[in-house]
Design a binder for this molecule. Structure first.
Ligand code: PRX
Length: 630
């Protein structure tokens, strides 16, 4: 049996001793008394009885051995600034932020919403929250007031940390007006707002509620804020993600399990060591930002790079210049970013010395072969696909190079990671598929390993009902992805089973976009589907029925309405959710019982055969779509 196969088998068959060993990778104030309590499935409690702190493990723990080593490098090609913080400096800044949050009335268990661009203060804020036992809820800076408001309402934060503005492609994007609008829209009102002023956009501070970070920081310049030792099961954060229904789910993560899972992943999956440099090009608003920009690398004692800017500005060599300058050893990105770079002059890749790189990990969306081949030959390092979800917090499928070097297989994110009892389930019978190359729903038999979601924030029933199915005697977590496994254990992901789409690695719920479009006064009905796109993987495409269609035969009138609908989505959800096109039809393809034929609509929008249409009410509906997409 190969080394990894043996390692994997132990993780499943001797679960407790396996994870007990992994728990040694982190510091505990009080060691756990029980590895896994699965007495109330599907709720798993990891490292019960243990107390620890995520910030301690990411920052304080390293002070004895590497206080002067670089911990965080914040680079912005938007503001042309670059600043490195050692572990000692990070420790000081985090305490200043923690003291400021405490002064604003934040207590253990309270939520703090973080709505920020990719600046160092965003990492300080996350670490400060977990330091004092408060839960952060980071909302991606690209989300607009409506999305932000629904998250404020659900998380009920005591405080918000934000900044005057972000910047994208040289264009300043003010955050404060969006935040003020979101708070006005939300039924819940945070009692305090901490604003970082970057000097990018003017902002009005509301007396009594809004605080200026520079002023509070100055007041707490010598702050000493000890870590709050929390139960292993104490939630560290919530992070919202899209699903089938319009309302995003707050994925809730614990403290001890997450710390252990990340420490173990840095060792076994990334083969990383303290003193090396990790560069994940994601955003703190996404799960990759949580696990592999902020916590994972810091827990491992590595330097981590936070990058604000585009991969192509000032030119397409910018990432490789960063790799050269900081001797980046581990790089983590998404296929879309690589496809963007592939369109640029390949000379940029040979301009810099990237020999420090050990590998490039790509995640978030399917990695197509031409993209993988191109970047692999350009960088001359292994390209490692990895598949996971906001819900799991760390890779489900990839290669564990730290355990055993295994070869990659194009088109496959790899093998089941230790701790994940991955199954393929036949959707119609609900039974496990055990043969090679059979298509099924990728599922994980409970308990989910450490680091995965504990529950949906304040909605245990939704956690159980959304994700868990029982097959005789067992509870199985559904990923909502189709997959197959070959005879050697390599998996292939074949797309979502639900209405979630993946645009440029961003996970979006089509229902959420539909709700936003349907709130336009002249929209009667709408269907949004994901359509294959050579650059972004998928784009959202909307097919709408207007309430008043008079005039819509005119091109200009159609374009005006399309523009209005797009603006509405921008304003409510953010430009990330804007459909690439809004087509107007007189009827949507439905079954005789009124069910929308999404798969058929998507097939036609992708110029594929829509398959069996015998249940369709009005065949003309698909013909209209066919004519429109050409
Ligand atoms: O559909 C799968 C797709 O992205 C979903 C999870 O998205 P998110 O919650 O944003 O987490 C991203 C964490 C990297 C999955 O259900 N997905 C993610 N990685 C891959 C992927 N599809 C194919 N290949 C991947 N490597």
């Amino acid at each position: 049996m190969s080394q990894y196969a043996d390692f994997y088998r132990q993780s499943i068959e001797q679960r407790d001793s396996f994870w007990s060993e992994q728990a040694q990778l982190v510091d505990w104030k009080t060691p756990p008394t029980q590895v896994c309590d699965y007495g109330n499935p599907p709720f798993a409690k990891w490292f019960v009885g243990g107390t620890t702190n995520l910030c301690h493990n990411a920052v304080d723990r390293h002070l004895a051995s590497r206080a002067g080593q670089t911990a965080l490098i914040a680079i912005s090609t938007e503001t042309e600034t670059e600043r490195a913080y050692s572990f000692a400096e990070l420790h000081i800044e985090v305490q200043r932020m923690a003291a400021s949050l405490l002064a604003m009335g934040v207590k253990k268990g309270d939520r703090v919403l973080i709505y920020m661009p990719m600046i160092a203060e965003a990492a300080f804020a996350m670490l400060a929250c977990v330091r004092i036992g408060a839960l952060h809820s980071v909302v991606f800076g690209g989300f607009a007031a409506g999305s932000l408001a629904s998250r404020i309402e659900d998380a009920e934060p005591v405080a918000v940390v934000s900044a005057d503005a972000g910047s994208r492609g040289g264009k300043v994007v003010p955050y404060k007006p969006l935040l003020d609008e979101a708070i006005a829209l939300s039924k819940h009102k945070p009692q305090a707002v901490l604003m970082v002023n970057r000097g990018l956009a003017p902002m009005h501070l509301q007396p009594g509620r809004d605080h200026d970070w520079a002023a509070l920081r100055a007041q707490h310049i010598n702050a000493v804020v000890p870590c709050e030792w929390v139960e292993s099961t104490h939630p560290s954060y919530t992070l919202y993600t899209s699903g089938t229904t319009g309302k995003p789910k707050g994925v809730q993560r614990d403290t001890g399990g997450y710390t252990v899972a990340l420490a173990a992943s840095m060792k076994h999956i990334f083969d990383a060591e303290a003193g090396q440099t990790f560069f994940a090009t994601s955003d703190i608003g996404w799960v990759v930002g949580h696990s592999y920009i902020v916590y994972g690398p810091l827990i491992a004692g590595m330097a981590t790079i936070m990058y604000e800017g585009l991969p192509t500005r000032p030119d397409a060599g910018v990432w490789w210049s960063i790799v050269e300058k900081y001797k980046v050893t581990h790089m983590f990105s998404a296929p879309t970013a690589v496809r963007v770079l592939k369109k640029q002059d390949p000379a940029y890749l040979s301009k810099y010395d990237v020999r420090s790189l050990k590998a490039l990990w790509l995640a978030g969306e399917p990695l197509d072969e031409p993209t993988a081949q191109w970047i692999s030959s350009a960088l001359q390092v292994p390209i490692i696909d990895n598949y996971w979800q906001t819900e799991t917090g760390w890779p489900i499928l990839t290669l564990a190079n730290g355990v055993e070097q295994q070869s990659t297989r194009f088109g496959s994110p790899g093998k089941a990671m230790y701790g994940y009892d991955v199954k393929l389930i036949d959707e119609s019978t609900g039974e496990e598929l055990t043969g090679a190359n059979q298509k099924g729903v990728v599922a994980i038999e409970g308990p989910l390993p450490p680091g995965c979601m504990q529950t949906v924030w304040r909605d245990d029933a939704r956690f159980v009902n959304t994700y868990w199915k029982s097959i005789p005697g067992r509870l199985i977590y559904s990923t909502f992805d189709w997959g197959i496994r070959d005879a050697d254990g390599y998996h292939f992901i074949l797309g979502r089973t639900d209405d979630v789409i993946n645009v440029a690695g961003h996970r979006l719920g089509t229902r959420e976009i539909e709700e936003s479009i349907a709130s336009h006064p002249n929209i009667a009905e709408v269907a949004v589907v994901g359509v294959a796109d050579s650059l972004k993987g998928q784009v959202a495409m909307a097919f709408a029925v207007a309430k008043d269609a008079t005039g819509l035969t005119d091109d200009a009138a159609r374009l005006t309405l399309e523009g209005e609908v797009m603006k509405q989505v921008d304003k409510q959800l953010g430009a990330v959710a804007r459909p690439s096109r809004v087509y107007f039809v007189t009827v949507l393809p439905k079954t005789r019982s009124g069910k929308l034929l999404r798969r058929a609509l998507q097939a036609v929008a992708e110029r594929r055969d829509p398959g069996d249409l015998t249940t369709m009410e009005d065949p003309a509906a698909l013909q209209q779509v066919k004519d429109l997409v050409g």
